[in-house]
Design a protein around this ligand. Sequence first.
Ligand code: GH3
Ligand code: MG
Ligand code: MG
Length: 374
Amino acid sequence: MSDVVELGLRKAIASSQPSSLLQERPAAAGAHSLKGLAEAFLRLMADFSPDAADDDTREFAAELKDFRDQIARSSQDQETRQLTITALRACEQFLRKSRQFHTTRQQELRDLIGILRDTARHVTGDNNEFHAAMQAITDRFCGMSQIDDIRELKRQMADEAVTLQSTLDSKQKRDAEVMSALAERVETLQKNLIDAEEQLSLDPLTKIMNRGAFDRAIARAVKDPRRTKAPLALAMLDIDHFKRINDTCGHPIGDRVILCVAQWITAAVRHTDLVARYGGEEFVVILDDADLPAAEKRLTSVLKQIAERSFEYQADGETRAVRFTMSCGVAQFAAGESAQELVQRADQALYDAKKHGRNRVVARRRSMLSGLFG
Ligand code: GH3
Ligand code: MG
Ligand code: MG
């Protein structure tokens, strides 16, 4: 509407314009209509900037009022023209400033919407409703020019910000719950894994290390960097004539004898020595920091203790006792040999112990030949 009035006003000024502004002429009909039109326009301009929200607008409203008063008071058409032109310039300047202000404000708000939308997209991937609402506001905003619309937009944005905040809060809460459930699950799985690994390494009957765990332990022990300084010995033990125990007492008692032997050996060696069931009624002991004589001495003592003990059990309402002996072969790790060679040598020593009458420890040294060609 202001454009139409502005155009009319400009035409009126043009039609009443003298050839020279300095030339004084009596008031004509054109000048009277210009006065009325100028007043109408300035009133309209005052209505156009209704609420004096900022200093500039307030100042402009006061300026308009001043112009209107001056134009109303003017008696000379030259003066009216001059005042009207000055007022028109002031209006143009205000409109330009106002347009500039709105453009800047539009851009800032659009940026703000963009930021909000990006934030929402990053933080809440599944919040389609929010994106749609923001898109609708953005579209509406592009067609806006009135200050009230912008105020409404601000209000909507504030509402959306509250919605976004609560969406973020509940998402964070959900994430925290998921994280804590996951942490709990991981902890349980880790415990299960440790349990499973432990079960995998244990012999089910005796609950000491099984053959697999022994193989890994001996492989680790021979590769230990301390090996160059500390000696390492391996003992292999076997129950003598175990078959007879099974035959006489039955297989279940044989099982209990095996379990009992595992406990006796474990109790008789150092806590740093590693005891494992190699298979059947055979056991192995890894003696860290023990050379061949030391290992031989320690195992002789173990065998002596076992030979002196007896395994007791109940059968047919009476207590029965089983006595038995064990044979043992020992070998010391030699630099450069493999774990397999060490085990083989201890096994050969055990075979020798059996061959030479059982219930004894036989130590087997590495032959010069294996040292040279091994
Ligand atoms: P040696 O003095 O030569 O070692 O004679 P041995 O009778 O102890 O040896 P042999 O190899 O002839 O017999 C071992 C027996 O051990 C045979 C097998 O049935 C028994 N055995 C192996 N594992 C188990 C087990 O887990 N439980 C029971 N009860 N017996 C087993
Ligand atoms: Mg045996
Ligand atoms: Mg055997």
